[in-house]
Write a protein that binds this ligand. Structure first.
Ligand code: ARG
Length: 601
C-alpha cells in the first residue's frame, strides 16, 4: 500500500507495539465513552498469519463485557472513532472481533531506514531511571559449580545484557553461597582428613572429597554432626581460626569460578556472598520479632502463617493428608545458626537500603521455588518495596542422564567447553582448510562457546532440555553456528558492494519493496525492539533467540529470490541496505544473548 511519502521519526519512548496499543486504547475509550483502567490489556502483537496483516489485537473481546457491547460492535465502533495514525493504512475487523492492522508500505520503508541510522536500532530507553538487581550464577563455595549454576550464569547474563540495553541500571550480583551449613561440615572435616598437597593442587576436588566424607559421617555419627554444627556457629560468631580457613576456601573457589566466567564472557558488578550480610542478621531478627512475625518453636525461630491469605496461596502452609498444616520458614535454628532464608531476607533489606531497586530478579533452578515464595512473602511483610521475581529453570539433561551435582563438577564443565571448542574446530577445519590456524581457533572458540550458550538460551527456560552435540553444533537448524554463519554471509554483501561500486553510499538511496519478501524482511527488522522487550519483560531469552532465527530464515528467503548486485541501480542499494540492517540486528541480538559474532567464518 502506497501513499504520499512521509518522513518517519523514530519514537524514542515507545516500541511500535506500544505505540499502536496506545492508539487503540484511545480509540476504544472514545467508542465506549469511558476510560479504561490503567492495567487494561490492549496489547498488540505480530499477526500469526501474514494474510491477516501486520499486527493484531484482541482487546475488543477481552473488554466487551466491561463496555457492555458485543466484541465485534466494539471493535467496529473503535475503528470508526480512531484518529488516523501515520503508520496505519487499514484496519480489518475479523471473526468475533479481532482487530487486524495493516501498515503503509512507505511508512514501513521509512521506519526501517530510520532504524538503520540509529545506534540503538530503534530500541527505546524503556528502563530510564529504573534499577534492577540481577542475582545470578551464585555458586556455592568449596563445591564444584554444577550445571544449574551454569544455566543460571548463561540465562542470568542474557537478562543482564538485555536489561542494560533497554536502559535499566543493572546491578549484577553473584550471591555466592559462602556461609551455609556446609562450612561446619567442611571445617570439621578439613581438620581431620585434609590432604594439604592435594588441596594446593586441586583445591575444589579436595574440598569436595573432604565434604562428602565429613557429610557421610554426620549421617551416622551424632557426635560428628554436633561438632560440625559447633564449628559453624564458631565461624558465624567470628572465630579467627575458622575465619581464616573459610577465607582460604572462598579464595580458592573464586579463582576456579573466575576461569569459567572469563570463558563465558561474564562479569559481575558485585560478588558478595551470603557472608556479607552476616552482620545484618540480628537486625532482621529484631524486625521480625517487633512485627510479631517470628516466634520460637522447639528452640528455633520461625515465621508462621498469619492466616491472612487463602491457604492455597500461602507459602507458609502445606497440604497434607487432606488438611492444611503449618510449613513455617525457619530463620534461626535451635543451635543459633542462621538459615538460607534469613540471609536472603537480610540481603533484600540491605539491597533496598543501598540501591533502592525497582526489582530484584533471582535466577536459579526449579528446586528453589518454595524458598523464594516464602522469602518474598516475608519480605513484603517486613516492608520490602522492590518487585521480587524468581526466574526458575528446569535442569538440563544429557542423553545419558541429568547433569547431577556429583557428575557435573567443575572439571566436567570446563571439559564441556573444551569439547565444544574441539568439535567446532573440526568443523571449521573441514569447511575452510585454507584458513590460518590462529583464525581457525578463534572461530572455533566463538562457535563452540556460542553453541553451548545458545543450546540453553533458545529453549523456554522452564521446559526440560536435553543437550546433544549434534543439535548444538548444527549448521542447519536453530543453533548459534547457523546464526553466526548467517551473520558472516550477510556482512559480506556490503563488502562486495563496496568492491563493485567504490565510493557509492547505499544509504543515499531510499528503501523500497519490489517483492513481498522484501517487505516481510523490513517488517521483521522493525520488530526487533519488541522482541527484545518481550524477552526481557517475560524473562525468556528464548523469545529473542526465536526472533533472531526467524529473521535469519526470512533473510535467506530474500537472498535466494532477490538478486543484489545484479539488480538495477536503486533497487540494488535498497537491498544492500536491508542486508546491512539485518546484519546489525543479528549481531546486536546475539550480543545481547552473550554470543559473539565474527565477520568471517
Ligand atoms: N547458592 C545458591 C545455590 O547454589 C543459589 C543462590 C541464589 N541466590 C539467592 N539470593 N538465594 O543453590
Amino acid at each position: 500500500m502506497l501513499r504520499q511519502c512521509v518522513r518517519v521519526q523514530l519514537n524514542t519512548k515507545l516500541t511500535i507495539e506500544q505505540e499502536l496499543s496506545d492508539w487503540l486504547k484511545r480509540a476504544l475509550e472514545q467508542a465506549g465513552g469511558q476510560s479504561l483502567p490503567a492495567d487494561a490489556d490492549v496489547s498488540v502483537s505480530p499477526t500469526v498469519r501474514e494474510e491477516f496483516g501486520d499486527y493484531q489485537c484482541n482487546a475488543a473481546m477481552t473488554l466487551a463485557k466491561a463496555f457492555q457491547q458485543k466484541p465485534r460492535d466494539l471493535a467496529t465502533a473503535a475503528m470508526a472513532a480512531a484518529d488516523s495514525h501515520p503508520a496505519v493504512a487499514r484496519v480489518d475487523i475479523a471473526g468475533a472481533g479481532f482487530i487486524n492492522i495493516h501498515l503503509w508500505d512507505d511508512w514501513l520503508a521509512e521506519a526501517v531506514a530510520a532504524l538503520s541510522v540509529d545506534a540503538r536500532l530503534g530500541v527505546p530507553v524503556l528502563g530510564a531511571g529504573r534499577t534492577v538487581i540481577l542475582d545470578y550464577s551464585s555458586p556455592n563455595v568449596a563445591k564444584p559449580m554444577h550445571i544449574g549454576h551454569i544455566r543460571s550464569t548463561v540465562i542470568g547474563n542474557a537478562l543482564d545484557r538485555m536489561y542494560r540495553f533497554l536502559g535499566f541500571r543493572v546491578i549484577a550480583d553473584n550471591h555466592l553461597g559462602d556461609w551455609g551449613t556446609q562450612f561446619g561440615i567442611l571445617i570439621h572435616g578439613f581438620r581431620h582428613f585434609a590432604d594439604r598437597a592435594a588441596y594446593e593442587k586441586e583445591p575444589i576436588e579436595e574440598l569436595e572429597r573432604i565434604y562428602v566424607k565429613s557429610y557421610e559421617r554426620t549421617q551416622t555419627d551424632p557426635a560428628w554432626l554436633e561438632a560440625a554444627r559447633a564449628e559453624l556457629v564458631k565461624l558465624q560468631r567470628g572465630d579467627a581460626e575458622n575465619l581464616a580457613l573459610w577465607r582460604s576456601f572462598v579464595d580458592h573457589s573464586l579463582r576456579e569460578f573466575e576461569r569459567i566466567y572469563a570463558r563465558l564472557g561474564v562479569r559481575f558488578d558485585l560478588v558478595r556472598g551470603e557472608s556479607w550480610y552476616n552482620d545484618r542478621l540480628p537486625e532482621l531478627v529484631a524486625r521480625l520479632e517487633a512485627l510479631g512475625l517470628a516466634r520460637e518453636s522447639d528452640g528455633a525461630l520461625c515465621v508462621f502463617s498469619d492466616g491472612a491469605m487463602p491457604p492455597d496461596e500461602d507459602p507458609l502452609l502445606r497440604h497434607e493428608g487432606g488438611e492444611w498444616k503449618p510449613a513455617p520458614c525457619i530463620v534461626r535454628k535451635s543451635d543459633g545458626g542462621f538459615n538460607y532464608a534469613a540471609t536472603d531476607l537480610a540481603t533484600i533489606l540491605s539491597r533496598e537500603e543501598e540501591f533502592a531497586p525497582d526489582a530484584i530478579i533471582y535466577v536459579t533452578d526449579e528446586r528453589q521455588q518454595l524458598h523464594f515464595r516464602q522469602v518474598f512473602h516475608i519480605a513484603r511483610k517486613i516492608g520490602a518495596r522492590a518487585r521480587l521475581v524468581h526466574v526458575w529453570f528446569g535442569l538440563m539433561r544429557l542423553p545419558e542422564g541429568t547433569f547431577s551435582t556429583r557428575q557435573g563438577n567443575v572439571i566436567k564443565l570446563e571439559r564441556l567447553l573444551d569439547e565444544a571448542e574441539a568439535r567446532a574446530l573440526a568443523i571449521v577445519r573441514e569447511n575452510d582448510p585454507s584458513m590460518p590456524e590462529d583464525q581457525q581457533r578463534e572461530v572455533a572458540r566463538c562457535v563452540g562457546i556460542g553453541a553451548v550458550k545458545y543450546a540453553d538460551l533458545s529453549q523456554n527456560p522452564q521446559s526440560l532440555v536435553t543437550f546433544t552435540w549434534d543439535k548444538a553444533l548444527t549448521l542447519e537448524g536453530n543453533s548459534a553456528p547457523y546464526l553466526q554463519y548467517a551473520y558472516a554471509r550477510i556482512s559480506s554483501v556490503r563488502v562486495k558492494y563496496a568492491e563493485r561500486f567504490p565510493g557509492n553510499d547505499p544509504d543515499a538511496y531510499p528503501i523500497r519493496f519490489s517483492a513481498p519478501v522484501e517487505r516481510r524482511l523490513a517488517l521483521q527488522l522493525l520488530r526487533f525492539p519488541d522482541a527484545l522487550r518481550r524477552a526481557a519483560l517475560q524473562y525468556r531469552p528464548n523469545v529473542l533467540a526465536d526472533y533472531l532465527y526467524e529473521t535469519a530464515q526470512i533473510y535467506s528467503r530474500f537472498y535466494q529470490t532477490a538478486p543484489f548486485l545484479r539488480a538495477e541501480e536503486g533497487l540494488r542499494e535498497s537491498r544492500v541496505r536491508l542486508c546491512g540492517i539485518t546484519a546489525r540486528v543479528l549481531k546486536q541480538g546475539l550480543q545481547l544473548l552473550g554470543i559473539e559474532t565474527l565477520d568471517r567464518i
